[in-house]
Design a protein around this ligand. Structure first.
Ligand SMILES: Cc1ncc(COP(=O)(O)O)c(C=O)c1O
Length: 390
């Protein structure tokens, strides 16, 4: 059989098919958001170590809803975010009329540089919207203490880092709100899907309401729902729209897949961690970056970053990858430096790219390839020997 290494393999399993088929065979089934969604949210909250979770139809929806909630609750206008992230993080900020303030990343964990964050914090800063990129932890004690002292909100995007930790606690349990994605390529999948997590009851209720058109009956509290009904006696009790919202609901099929995948998440993450170490051991550290900060990390992909900023070497690498059917993405998380993307042009004044050196290196000389649980050591060694042959 022809050698190939796709970005993701078998992230939808026979046991997922069985759980969906069991659901579909039930009599009088409800397939729109119902009791399995509730159960998935409950089990996810328990796994993560937070009080509340709200299952939505994508990680991007989780981002957008999160920023909408911040806009509704607070006045300050600046959000600090990384240059290396997924486009929906940036979109959620600008579409909610916040000012995005961009920060360069570290090469050893692909997350925002702490010193750069601290430099950009000012009186207008509302939140730091961190992306724990490609399985790496972006938090430090110093950063958490500083944000607490300055009363700056932390929002965590953990869409690429399910199960990664800081100080033995799962990422996504530190911020006021955290976001996860269950897109096919990630640590676990509901095909498409996302989660908003929080310990705040108020934010939980707002997220539920905003997920369903702004409808008050989603508040998840009979007493409070009745108060709202009384306040608007001229409105149909089931159709009171409190805020301009979205339809970001997921469904029962996604939820049963999520419930099933969650059972295997810890075990699969252990395999991903072992694979990652094998990649590092077998790759030539003179050609590729191998000194990542692995503390607490749990990567669904392997970041392949050339040490040298050399375009002819990069062309050679891309040729080699293509020839051997090793699927890759240039620019690591989200295609590299967001500041170079056309959608941002109208929002930013002149950009001095020399102030964003690390993301520029990743933009031009960084890649990721697949790291999934079904990979074995023979295959990892073969991939590394191909890569080392450049
Ligand atoms: C960091 C990050 N945030 C948000 C998202 C959006 O998630 P989704 O693809 O589920 O919309 C992604 C998706 O890959 C991501 O990597």
């Amino acid at each position: 059989m022809k050698f190939s290494h796709p970005l993701m393999h078998n992230n939808f399993t026979n046991s997922d098919i069985r759980s969906v088929s069991k659901l579909l065979k039930q009599k009088n089934i409800i397939l729109t958001q119902s009791k399995n969604v509730r159960l998935f949210e409950k089990n996810w909250s328990k796994w993560l170590g937070v009080k509340y979770s709200v299952f939505v139809n994508s990680g991007s929806s989780a981002n957008l809803l999160t920023m909408t909630i911040l806009k509704m609750l607070y006045k300050k206008n600046e959000i600090i975010l990384p240059t290396l992230t997924w486009v929906s993080d940036v979109n959620s900020v600008i579409l909610n009329n916040f000012k995005p303030v961009f920060v360069d990343v570290n090469l050893n964990n692909l997350c925002m540089s702490e010193s750069e964050i601290l430099k950009k914090i000012n009186k207008k800063t509302l939140a730091v919207f961190i992306t724990h990129a490609q399985g790496f932890n972006g938090l430090s004690r110093n950063l958490l203490n500083y944000l607490k002292k300055k009363k700056i909100i932390l929002i965590e995007d953990v869409c690429e880092s399910h199960g990664a930790t800081f100080n033995k606690k799962k990422l996504g349990s530190f911020g006021l709100i955290s976001n996860f994605s269950f897109y096919y390529a990630h640590h676990m999948s509901t095909i498409e899907g996302g989660m908003i997590c929080t310990n705040s009851k108020q934010i939980y209720q707002m997220a539920r309401i905003l997920r369903s058109h702004g409808m008050s009956r989603e508040i998840d509290n009979k007493k409070e729902e009745n108060k709202i009904i009384k306040k608007y006696p001229k409105l149909s009790p089931k159709f009171i729209f409190l805020y301009p919202g979205y339809n970001f609901r997921n469904n029962e099929i996604g939820a049963v897949i999520g419930l099933n995948q969650l059972k295997l998440l810890n075990k699969n993450n252990l395999k991903r961690k072992k694979n990652f170490i094998l990649f590092l051991k077998n790759l030539n550290g003179k050609i590729y970056k191998t000194n990542f900060d692995l503390t607490g990390s749990c990567n669904y992909a392997f970041p392949l970053i050339l040490n040298k900023a050399n375009f002819s070497l990069r062309n050679k690498l891309e040729k080699l990858l293509k020839k051997n059917n090793i699927e890759f993405r240039r620019g690591n998380a989200g295609g590299g430096n967001q500041l170079r993307q056309p959608y941002l042009k109208k929002y930013l004044k002149k950009i001095n790219f020399s102030k964003f050196r690390n993301v520029e290196h990743i933009h031009n000389f960084g890649y990721y390839i697949g790291n999934y649980p079904s990979l074995n050591s023979v295959k990892i060694k073969k991939i590394c020997s191909i890569l080392n042959s450049i």
